[in-house]
Ligand binder design. Structure first.
Ligand code: BGC
Length: 743
């Protein structure tokens, strides 16, 4: 009997919410009002609560009995539960066993793929290919949506200039301009044109705000910066994601100017809602409300819940603080029920937008899951995205010939290193439900791409520990070979969340193994696989060829082999500076000049006694198997009025003998400002493809909008004055022009 009543309650709601596509927005709001009027306070608080399932644990705590919470209407949202089958099972409980049958929302970290894994975000950003990046987001949403998921905790758009911070792997690097474009591309990819489309998910831009500026690169550490730096460098990518329509926002763990983000009314209401007009809902990061207690900002969980609610946080991830305290806080008059209603409304709206009130099971479709997950479409894209993410850092000629690309003709090749044949590590950090058994390793890739090559593999050592027992085998394999490929770097746990490092050399015995192999005097190719820039200055002086191959995902090994043997000509460009050593960090291309800029012979200038100022490899840098020459830089005019555009053109010629792609980059420098300006700022880029001998005229347009910055009074405007402009294939570009901005 009870079950029948419950089912009819759900049917009534379902019917009232059906054929929503044809209804206007106002009607949706009315339906939400009706539903709200039916809901008890406890049911409302349930909608503001998100718990993890026991399937995966992505944080320190676990709540037993989340199934009971769902049954009792105390938890309206679940994360870390996936597959069509399991999500259907949970959804059935919410829909059939709770009084109002409101469907659950299922969230998950589909950061670079659900089961088919694409390159880690830092790697993929190196493609500078916004269509490719959008496609990766689109396909991973499609795969995840087929496995019952509704909501992706992605994109992560935290700018970071500190590779000690392990989470740089999840972001798009150090540059605000590029990071903002990537943020929008990812939101478009995740959400598509219509959230009702069963292959789209809600996006969740994170971690708001400035999480990437953790002091000393230590995860979760303090963030403190001027409002100018916050607004100019760190906030734009979040804003770009919101302007692209991101349905949700996640708070960050860090404090900012003394206030933990989840308790920051300034961030969650003043900036997000009032300035940026964000209409979706805000979820905390994992137990971030509770963490306001150790932060020293709240005295207990009740206080923390109150602060979060007052700040404008709608949903509590995993902390259970809203569940525990909101009722009392209302009884005590500290929180108004209207505030709760508003948060519930935003969450119901998202469920409604996804079509869950039409059909709560529409995402949990076993047949669709079987067709889409790990399909050929996914695999092909994994390989394509992988090869476009690789950055060729070095390729010196030996006796007039570069080592790469390798010849496919039979030859004895040694493949050595702990990452050469490891199916898990190549998936990288945050690899969701990534299926390692489907990964192609570097060894597999070589066998696939160059079947005639005689390749012998030895692990040599692990990525950790002090065991050198594999050295002898590795040395003997290397001795018998013509060329040695060393696949070394970080394993998938040596970067990512809670994986900060103070030493960015190759971990474990790998550096020693490299030295032992280099001592043999064989030609060595370094295939560096990691989740962040590593300090490889020493090795870079000793090896003739280096491929930065990051962690490329399921088809990573094939992608690496494509590049090794020249089936794909590498085109990736770094999005994060490679420091010479850890002491140079933070190091980034758009630094300030200082009052005493570097002069080699002048002691009292800004420099170190023990290391150069410049990085090992700068932002924007990456080689190709061909060469590009830049010429004929021309500006449409030498003065530009505030209301005018400036057109810039440059000729780019492929002077080598292979077709190749080049990322043509445009930087400016504002020479004198009301506040000091960086020595270079990226303002545009174009990725072009050139046949050998071909020249292309590449054009850019700049308007005063591109020259704006926060002045002393925090007004955002462009100032008349002189500017330098640089065009080239990296932030080291030296082909330059000048113009003056006038009123
Ligand atoms: C991470 C978030 C993630 C969340 C849920 C947290 O530890 O900081 O990025 O979305 O867990 O898994």
């Amino acid at each position: 009997m009870k079950r029948n009543i419950i089912i009819s309650a759900f049917i009534i709601i379902t019917l009232t919410f059906s054929s929503c596509a044809s209804r206007s927005k106002d009607e949706v709001e009315i339906k939400i009002d009706d539903l709200l009027s039916e809901m008890t306070l406890e049911e409302k608080i349930g909608q503001l609560t998100l718990f993890t399932s026991s399937w995966t644990q992505t944080g320190p705590t676990m709540r037993e009995g989340y199934l009971n919470d769902v049954k009792q209407g105390k938890c309206g949202n679940i994360f870390n539960a996936h597959t069509a089958e399991y999500t259907s099972e949970l959804q059935r409980i919410a829909v059939e066993e709770t009084r109002l049958g409101i469907p659950l929302l299922f969230g998950y970290d589909v950061i670079h793929g659900y089961k088919t894994i694409f390159p880690i975000p830092l790697a993929e950003a190196c493609s500078w290919d916004l269509d490719l990046i959008e496609k990766s987001a689109r396909l991973s949403a499609k795969e995840a949506a087929a496995a019952g998921l509704h909501w992706n905790f992605n994109p992560m758009v935290d700018i970071s200039r500190d590779p000690r911070w392990g989470r740089v792997a999840e972001g798009s690097g150090e540059d605000t301009y590029l990071g903002s474009l990537i943020a929008s591309a990812k939101v478009r990819g995740i959400q598509g044109d219509d959230l009702k489309d069963e292959s789209t998910l809600l996006a969740c831009v994170k971690h708001f705000a400035a999480y990437g500026a953790a002091q000393a690169g230590r995860d979760y550490h303090t963030v403190d910066m001027s409002e100018r730096v916050l607004r100019e460098t760190y906030l734009p990518p979040y804003r770009a994601a919101i302007d692209a329509g991101s349905a949700t926002v996640m708070t960050s763990f860090n404090e900012l100017d003394g206030v933990p983000a989840s308790g920051s009314k300034y961030l969650m209401t003043d900036v997000l809602r009032e300035e940026w007009k964000f209409r979706g809902f805000v979820v905390t990061d994992y137990t971030a409300i509770n963490e306001m207690i150790p932060h020293g900002f709240a005295k207990d969980t009740a206080d923390a819940a109150l602060l979060a609610m007052k700040a404008g946080v709608d949903m509590d991830m995993q902390g259970g603080t809203y569940l525990l305290h909101l009722q009392d806080l209302i009884d005590q008059g500290k929180v108004q029920e209207a505030a709760i209603d508003q948060a519930v409304r935003r969450i119901l709206k998202a469920k409604f937008d996804l079509g869950l009130f039409d059909d709560p099971y529409r995402y949990s479709d076993v047949d669709r899951e079987n067709q889409v997950v790990l399909s050929k479409e996914m695999m092909d894209h994994s390989r394509e995205a992988g090869r476009k993410s690789i950055v060729l850092l070095k390729n010196d000629a030996i006796d007039g010939k570069t080592l790469l690309p390798l010849n496919k003709k039979p030859k004895q090749l040694a493949l050595i290193g702990p990452l050469a044949h490891n199916q898990m590590d190549i998936l990288g950090t945050w690899h969701a439900s990534g299926d390692a058994s489907k990964s192609t390793t570097v060894l597999d890739g070589i066998k696939e791409v160059a079947p005639d090559i005689d390749v012998v593999y030895a692990e040599g050592c692990k990525t950790y520990g002090e065991d050198r027992s594999g050295f002898a085998e590795a040395i003997s394999v290397a001795k018998r070979s013509d060329i040695v490929l060393m696949a070394v770097g970080e394993n998938y746990r040596q970067n990512g969340e809670a994986a900060s490092r103070t030493n960015l050399n190759l971990p474990g015995m790998q550096e020693e193994l490299m030295e032992a192999i280099l001592d043999l005097g064989k030609p060595v190719v370094l295939i560096l696989m990691s989740g962040r820039p590593l300090t490889i200055e020493n090795l870079s002086q000793k090896v003739p060829a280096i491929l930065n191959a990051w962690h490329l995902g399921t088809k990573g090994g094939s992608a690496i082999a494509d590049v090794l043997f020249g089936d794909y000509n590498p085109s990736g460009k770094l999005v994060m500076t490679f420091p010479r050593n850890v002491g140079q960090i933070p190091i980034y291309y758009n630094m300030k000049n200082t009052g005493r800029p570097f002069k080699a012979k002048d002691k009292y200038t800004s420099k170190y006694l023990d290391v150069a100022n410049d990085p090992l490899y700068p932002f924007g840098y990456g080689l190709s198997y061909t060469a590009f020459e830049y010429s004929d830089l021309s500006l449409s005019q030498s003065t530009m009025r505030l209301d005018e555009d400036l057109n810039i053109s440059v000729g780019v010629t492929n002077t080598g003998s292979r077709a190749g792609e080049e990322v043509v980059q445009l930087y400016i420098r504002d020479l004198v400002g009301n506040v000091t300006r960086p020595v270079k700022e990226l303002k545009g880029f174009k990725k072009i493809s050139l046949e050998p001998g071909q020249t292309q005229l590449v054009e850019f347009t700049i308007s005063a909008e591109d020259l704006k910055f926060y002045n002393q009074d925090m007004s955002f405007k462009a100032e008349p004055g002189d500017f330098l402009l640089y065009v080239g294939g990296s932030s080291d570009a030296d082909l330059s022009g000048k113009f003056e901005l006038i009123n």
